[in-house]
Design a protein around this ligand. Sequence first.
Ligand code: HPA
Length: 278
Amino acid sequence: MQNKAEYEQAVAVIRSRTQQETGIGLVLGSGLGELARTLDDAVTIPYGEIPGWPQSTVVGHSGELVIGRFEGCWVVAQRGRAHYYEGYTMWQVTFPIRVMYMLGVRTLILTNAAGGLNTGYKTGDIMLLNDHINLVGMTGHNPLMGPNDDSVGPRFPGMTHTYDRALRHLAHQVADEAGIKLHEGVYVCLSGPSYETPAEIRMLRIWGADAVGMSTVHEVLAARHMGMRVLAFSAITNEAIDDPDFETDTNHQEVLDAGKVIVPKLTTILRGVVRTLA
Ligand code: HPA
């Protein structure tokens, strides 16, 4: 983890705009940032105005922090996130999560766009993460590497109970009541930015992954390191292609288009979850 003073500088700038305490943090991924527009009494701070905060260079990722009321509960939302493939270090990618913790966030809800590996998943579906495979971490890129500040979190944090069981149960309850289909499965994190080859897709399936994406897991590691409760959703924006002779290719535009369709469903689920937590 980086020098605490760097986080404190970011917190000071945010605190100069609003003193509001926020117990819940939202990370809104590709095409899902629109949800932040529905916050009431919002204070919006462009990432560029917060020292140390990494900016997303990706189309579909706006770059602003929004603090506002969601279902009557004060939340801090990241509208867009930075990714490892943009050239940021793991510490930079997880900087916003550390800052959110210092703002009072103890429950973190993350969203991402992902390709569906599970053949039962269709474009437009939503998957709740119950576990992950950190392929990037397995190859030696983990945000918890480097000096550890024991006052922040343990050197060797356990990852068995990464995705909070009670929160997952609550998400299912809310989705059921709203008539929204909610899958639950394993997310595999790759670095990107290239999409997977058909052979890689077949391999990831054999490994037991249900959805594939390029984010979330690094942030989740930082959050769990500090003891936050974590809930995460994948918006299934495309079905993974497992055949090299398939006529089309995966592309970012289809990911953004599908994200738009998923936002209303995801918003309903998030509203229900936050309302109950409040
Ligand atoms: N692969 C990796 N990341 C993604 C995908 C995908 O198919 N869709 C959206 N993000």
